[in-house]
Ligand binder design. Structure first.
Ligand SMILES: [Zn+2]
Ligand SMILES: [Zn+2]
Length: 303
């Protein structure tokens, strides 16, 4: 394998779906795989990425149904060079200090986030599109802060739990195309039901989509499949690409449709015909042959 040059920075942003409703139900279904087990696996992945090369960078964003929250680096993270609290940085067991501090902070942040959760009836979808947008902004910021001559490769890994939300279709597609434009890979590790939106995201940006057969083995899938970067992947035998569900959500009801009406001006998609596009307010001239015919028929008997 070709070692990355010291000047190249590799930034990995992990977006973890921490939807409290899904994880609550999951704890009942499979008590051996809970949110804390999932985060353990994510930390193993994050730590592995950080120790691969000195210049590797990491960010972890928790995608909740109320907010998208940075678990790492976070506000508790003081100078950003790995020396936080005195007691945290002196890990007596010889563990790499950066990792032990980072892991403690991530655990602390997620505990705070989950304890301030207030689930209201209508707010149950994970704000995944928003979290991805936040990830893109973070990548952009890090890219701007690079030293002269440094190059950066970045990718986003989504660990997805809850169902897709068709309401976020538009925002999601915009995020995907923005990522594609910046050549940022989006990978998806799906724990439960398949996600059409993430299938499209991975397909468009050249990332990997995998619905894992066993949740309990999450850490192994993360390390085997998602830790290698795009250069190393070409030399590995990875799970074959999935069939991508390319259905679009209609702009009127956010239903996934295979055949629909498309506004010829703004390309909005509708499941029913409407004479005026609700997005750009173009009025369509409706062909009227049937109306004309019926009038002629009516006229004929009278003549
Ligand atoms: Zn519709
Ligand atoms: Zn239109």
């Amino acid at each position: 394998m070709v070692m990355a040059s010291e000047d190249e920075v590799s930034l990995l942003v992990i977006v973890v779906d921490v939807n409290p409703i899904w994880w609550g139900q999951q704890a009942n279904r499979e008590p051996q795989f809970t949110l804390s087990k999932c985060l353990d696996a994510v930390m193993v992945m994050g730590n592995s990425h950080l120790v691969m090369t000195r210049t590797n960078k990491l960010a972890i964003i928790a995608s909740h149904c109320q907010e998208s929250h940075f678990l790492y680096p976070c506000k508790l993270w003081k100078s950003g060079d790995g020396h936080g609290d005195d007691n945290a940085s002196t890990s007596g067991d010889g563990k790499y200090e950066l990792l032990s501090v980072a892991n403690d902070l991530i655990a602390e942040e997620i505990k705070n986030l989950m304890s301030r959760t207030e689930v209201k009836g209508n707010q149950t979808d994970t704000l995944l599109a928003g979290s991805l947008a936040k990830a893109l902004c973070y990548i952009h910021r890090v890219a701007k802060e690079l030293e002269a001559g440094q190059e950066m490769k970045s990718r986003i890994l989504v660990v997805k739990a809850a169902e897709d939300c068709a309401l976020q279709y538009m925002n999601f597609m915009n995020v995907i195309f923005a990522a594609q434009k910046q050549s940022i890979l989006i990978d998806a590790c799906v724990l439960d039901s398949d996600s059409g939106l993430l299938q499209q995201a991975c397909d468009i940006t050249g990332g990997l989509y995998l619905k894992i057969p066993q949740k309990i083995a999450l850490a192994q899938y993360l390390l085997w499949v998602f830790l290698p970067d795009s250069d190393q992947r070409s030399q590995l035998v990875l799970p074959p690409p999935v069939h991508v569900d390319y259905r679009a959500a209609c702009f009127c009801h956010r239903n996934l449709i295979e055949i629909g009406y498309v506004c010829s001006v703004c390309l909005s998609i509708f499941c029913n015909f409407s004479p005026i596009c609700t997005t750009c307010e173009t009025a369509f001239k409706i062909p009227l042959p049937q109306v004309v015919k019926s009038k002629k028929k009516k006229l004929k008997p009278s003549t």
